[in-house]
Design a protein around this ligand. Structure first.
Ligand code: ADP
Ligand code: MG
Length: 245
């Protein structure tokens, strides 16, 4: 941690603070305002569900939080330090060290086993979780030596979850993680995410257009046309097994 991070942590500050964040793609008449004046604090360890129709800016927000993209206005602070001022290599370091991504399509390497796919992460991080332990956590202890083609979609996505958590990231960014799955397998994936969130305290953002998934979030943020439309605290959270879509 640098000085700003230490002060922020000592003060119990947010993991992320977004201040007036905007993102515009293109220019002039064809400009798309993907994000407009987004202000948000994300607390360490919370599980947030981000809802919104297609094109409302959800992926853009995750990509900016994860350092895959930069805002065109405003500022993003991570543990009190600005991400916006980092150069490309600084942003890459941030991503490697602190961010786990889970996408709709699992992006596993077909020629590597489940265990090997997860082990790859160990090569870019200091203190990785043991691959077998990460796979056990997502309920795949018996699938360590299977190749992706020998696993169902839900199992492949759980390998992707194991891979993302193996670096013990401060934040897990999940973009439509159940988008390609049926309800039953999707629920297993959401259970794995919740388990990781509870066990390791990884701050977790789940983007979805399945409104029912909101019931498992500690907070629910609704997006519309690039803006935050509402933020709700969910006092009565549902277990993933109670969700339907
Ligand atoms: P969501 O994830 O909620 O579906 P996105 O964040 O992907 O929405 O997109 C928000 C808006 O920004 C959409 O209108 C989309 O077409 C536009 N957009 C996203 N990425 C790009 C890009 N790289 N270039 C141009 N427009 C983009
Ligand atoms: Mg999207």
């Amino acid at each position: 941690m640098d000085r700003a991070e230490e002060v922020n942590a000592a003060e119990g500050g947010p993991l992320f603070a977004l201040r007036g964040v905007g993102k515009t793609y293109g220019e002039g008449a064809t400009a798309v305002h993907a994000l407009i004046d987004v202000n948000l604090d994300i607390v360490p360890g919370e599980l947030i569900v981000l809802l919104g129709p297609s094109g409302s800016g959800k992926s853009t927000l995750l990509n900016i939080l994860g350092g895959l993209d930069r805002p065109s206005a405003g500022e993003v602070l991570f543990r009190g330090a600005s991400l916006t001022t980092l150069n490309d290599s600084g942003l890459t370091q941030f991503r490697r060290k602190h961010v786990g991504f889970i996408f709709q399509f699992y992006n596993l390497i077909p020629s590597l086993t489940a265990r090997e796919n997860v082990e790859l992460v160990g090569e870019i991080t200091d203190d990785p979780l043991d691959a077998a332990e990460a796979l056990e956590l997502v309920g795949l202890a018996k699938r360590l030596d299977h190749f992706p083609s020998q696993l169902s979609g839900g199992e492949q996505q759980r390998v992707a979850v194991a891979r993302a958590i193996a670096k013990r990231p401060a934040v897990l960014l999940c973009d439509e993680p159940t988008g390609a799955l049926d309800v039953k397998t999707g629920v297993r994936v959401l259970e794995a995410l919740q388990e990781v969130n509870e066990r390791y305290g990884s701050t977790t953002l789940i983007v979805t257009h399945n409104a029912d998934v909101a019931r498992m979030g500690a907070r629910v943020i609704r997006f519309g046309d690039g803006r935050v439309r509402s933020v709700e605290v969910n006092a009565d959270r549902a277990a993933p097994s109670q969700l339907v879509w």
